[in-house]
Design a protein around this ligand. Structure first.
Ligand SMILES: *Cc1c(COP(=O)(O)O)cnc(C)c1O
Length: 424
């Protein structure tokens, strides 16, 4: 039996199989680049593990307070080595990326300080942390003010605006690497470097923090290698490799990471507590898998871009552009198109494939949102998933894929559903 027959048994038409074949052939060189990147990243990760002296004894579980947890210390050493930082806080007690960001901000800001976002409005869930949307426990409630510098109309970074926004109270700059679900472009590590350079040239003691979500191991360097004082992310995205069941990380200068540890646990306790309950090996193994999982997600994103470009859709980034995160956006033009796209991703999932995603009103969004995910780890967006707000231009945001064959199949199924919908 050949491959096309297998696809047909899974509900893919001859037309979509032929299109996918054609598109995939055209991507050979790009895929080779990504494989090389994965190779380099695998060596970076391996080196970090070896430098940290990782050994089997580190996988022993701790309970209770979790004092003297050698595995936890090794995990944090590995992250510090990978990011080339003085220290790291990598914990399952950090519940998600938003929580990690909240810890980093609230640990390092004090009443009267000002927080600066030099790259426009940050990710939605930051609104309530900062107090852009009024909420209980926000930084605004604690007397931390906020200033934002938007991108210029041509999407370039407003360096003059950033210079002008800095004042004597400016204490911390939060720089979001990935576009997230906004229409702006994703920052390259080089762009992050130039933003940090400008900020530090005006006021060297401003803490430069990067929201690193979705960007990890996509460029050859991490922001901490070009001047970032802190980098923050989620373990159910890139660096958990699809295996980590929970967790977040904060890496950077010892002083700032320490402050985070006192905020996460308690003043006086810091990094000393936090039992690992036996999941240390999973978090470390996840990091070990991350380079190849990220490569699969990137190939899936590029394949999606090329396939939908071929069909005449607007896609961001294009199939030819250099990638700085794993997110792919496709403007589906109509609500029906967006819903069909998501139905295809869902139908291709290993879990909950029989579920039909429907748009619903999500808190914090001004329109209905549709989401497709059939994941092993609940909500893990390093696994194949898609979502989008039901408003023009009906953009499907697509990301993840634990392996390339599944990412490819998911995208083929999405196009299958889109084409079937049109024929109806
Ligand atoms: C996902 C994400 C977050 C928040 O992470 P959660 O784990 O969903 O809380 C923050 N910023 C960016 C850019 C993200 O992509």
């Amino acid at each position: 039996m050949n491959l096309a027959d297998e696809y047909k048994k899974m509900g893919i038409s001859d037309n979509v199989i032929a299109l996918a074949d054609k598109v995939e052939v055209s991507l050979k060189n790009r895929f080779e680049e990504i494989d090389k990147q994965a190779e380099r990243n695998q060596l970076r990760v391996l080196k970090a593990m070896q430098e940290a002296g990782l050994q089997e004894a580190h996988f022993a579980p701790t309970t209770g307070y979790g004092y003297n947890d050698l595995g936890r210390d090794a995990l944090e050493k590995i992250y510090a080595a990978l990011f080339k930082t003085e220290d790291a806080l990598v914990r399952q007690q950090i519940t998600c990326g938003t929580h990690a960001l909240n810890i980093a901000l609230s640990a390092n800001l004090r009443p009267g300080d000002e927080l600066l976002s030099p790259v426009g409005k940050p990710y939605d869930t930051m609104d309530e942390i900062i107090g852009i949307r009024q909420s209980v426990g926000s930084l605004a409630e604690y007397g931390v003010t906020y200033k934002q510098v938007d991108f210029l109309p041509d999407e370039s970074i407003d360096y003059e605006g950033i210079r002008a926004a800095i004042n004597k109270n400016t204490k911390l700059a939060t720089i979001q690497r990935s576009r997230g679900y906004a229409t702006r472009h994703t920052l390259s590590v080089k762009e992050i470097e130039s933003i940090i350079d400008v900020i530090k040239s005006v006021k060297p003691d401003i803490i430069c923090m990067v929201d690193n979500c979705y960007g990890e191991l996509v460029d050859d360097k991490e922001p901490t290698e070009v001047g970032a004082d802190l980098c923050v992310g989620s373990l159910i995205k890139n660096l958990g490799g699809g295996i980590a069941p929970i967790g977040g990380y904060i890496v950077g200068k010892k002083e700032y990471v320490n402050a985070c540890s006192y905020r996460l646990t308690s003043p006086g306790l810091g990094k000393e507590v936090g039992a690992t309950l036996g999941i240390t090996s999973t978090l470390i193994q996840g990091l070990f898998y991350a380079p190849s999982v990220i490569a699969s997600a990137l190939k899936g994103a590029i394949f999606a871009a090329a396939l939908y470009e071929e069909q005449g859709y607007e896609v961001f980034p294009s199939s030819k552009e250099t990638r700085h995160d794993i997110i792919q956006a496709v403007n589906m033009k109509t609500p029906e198109g967006l819903c069909a796209f998501c139905r295809g991703i869902q139908a291709a999932a290993p879990v909950d494939s029989f579920v039909t995603p429907e748009p619903w009103a999500m808190p914090g969004y001004d329109s209905d949102v549709i989401m497709a995910a059939g994941t092993f780890i609940s909500g893990a967006s390093i696994e194949l998933s898609a979502d989008g707000p039901l408003k023009p231009p009906y953009t499907a945001f697509f990301q993840g894929g634990l392996n390339y064959p599944h990412a490819k199949f998911g995208i083929m199924m999405s196009l299958q559903k889109v084409l079937e919908d049109k024929n109806n």
